[in-house]
Design a binder for this molecule. Structure first.
Ligand code: ZN
Ligand code: ZN
Length: 363
């Protein structure tokens, strides 16, 4: 009790002084840590510590990881990418900022921190590399612009989560008789391979460093889209979404919750698309495949059943549409075993990054 009284007696001034001393000591302590940290990060120390490992999708489409450390000699700061990936011509260099630069491997220099510079340009931090890359998801906007320019009408059927390997598998198993009859191309999506980031790239024709849509929480592209372009040309546009808005785009859009409670919005999206067939630019976003791949795995019977059903919906929409059709996806999926999920996406790997791009000419 006495002690307590004594303590409470010094409570105001003395405690403040003690706190002051303690705070000063803490600041000194952290400063010393900071300085020590800085000392450890001097260039000399860095030359012997290269822990960067880069995901590389090889020319045959398989995933690999490139450990940089063994390639650098003790004081070497940069390395020609040719030495890491000999004989590989064209590379898609995915930047950590969302950019994609395609360059010849002979023009690229890599440093110990995983930054690349092309033809002595500004170095940028790498996220991953695709060797011999195909075209990119931004192609969708290019094809649309071209068709609109020729006064054609365009319908984009956007199959969420329908990766190129799922497309190939379903084709082999005879599950997509309609889509199998169309012109199909393998294209690469943007990184991170998640819905809003890829959606924004698809409709703007720009990479995430330009769209500014680089994460799940981003919904507003910082650049114009094919919908702005069509509207400026006096064309009528319409977007048929599932239950929520993913990317904010110009023009009319409709959201379709699961009204009949069958566990999918695809039937509602299909019906909404059918009643908006008079527009010039129509985007129809089906979510069923992505949901089935998350819940049951990308190569499950359940996913194949939804893919098979989606092929019928795509067929029926195409038969009703009098113009050009583009069928594509935002990303694929890979198998996981986490939090009750069997499939996921978002990584730098072939299964997530490669998607099909199918086109059907009018008539
Ligand atoms: Zn998606
Ligand atoms: Zn998903």
């Amino acid at each position: 009790m006495k002690i307590t009284c004594k303590k409470s007696g010094i409570n105001s001034k003395r405690t403040q002084q003690l706190y002051g001393v303690a705070l000063f000591a803490a600041v000194l302590f952290f400063c010393s840590l900071w300085t020590a940290g800085c000392a450890n990060n001097t260039p000399v120390a860095a030359t012997t510590e290269t822990t960067v490992s880069l995901p590389v999708i090889k020319a045959d489409g398989t995933d690999s990881v490139l450990e940089l450390a063994p390639y650098f000699t003790e004081n070497q700061q940069t390395l020609a990418v040719d030495e890491l990936l000999p004989g590989d011509g064209l590379l898609a260099l995915y930047g950590a900022d969302g950019s994609i630069v395609t360059a010849d491997s002979g023009d690229c220099l890599l440093d110990r921190q995983g930054r690349v510079s092309v033809k002595a340009g500004e170095p940028f931090l790498l996220q991953g590399i695709i060797v011999n890359p195909p075209k990119f998801i931004t192609q969708v906007a290019e094809i649309t612009k071209q068709a609109l320019g020729q006064n054609q009408r365009v319908m984009i059927i956007y199959l969420d989560g329908f990766g190129f390997d799922s497309y190939q598998e379903a084709e082999k198993l005879g599950k997509i008789p309609f889509m199998a009859g169309l012109q199909a191309e393998k294209v690469a999506t943007v990184y991170p391979s998640i819905t809003p980031v890829a959606f924004a790239a698809m409709v703007t024709g720009q990479t995430p460093d330009i769209t500014g849509v680089r994460a799940r929480a981003d919904h507003q592209p910082a650049c114009s889209s094919i919908f702005d372009l069509a509207l400026a040309q006096g064309r009528k546009t319409f977007i048929v979404e599932g239950d929520k808005q993913i990317i904010k785009l110009a023009g009319e859009a409709e959201f379709n919750p699961d009204m009949n409670g069958d566990g999918s919005t695809d039937d509602e999206v299909f019906a909404a698309a059918l009643s908006n067939m008079e527009v010039d630019l129509l985007l129809v976003h089906f979510h069923g495949i992505d949901d089935a791949c998350h819940n049951s795995g990308p190569h499950s019977q359940e996913a194949l059943t939804v893919i098979n059903k989606t092929d019928e919906l795509v067929r029926d929409l195409c038969r009703m549409w009098p113009g050009k059709v583009i069928i594509t996806a935002d990303h694929g999926q890979h198998e996981v075993d986490e939090d009750g999920k069997e499939g996921n996406h978002g990584d730098f790997r072939a299964s997530d990054l490669f998607i099909p791009l199918l086109t059907r000419e009018a008539g």
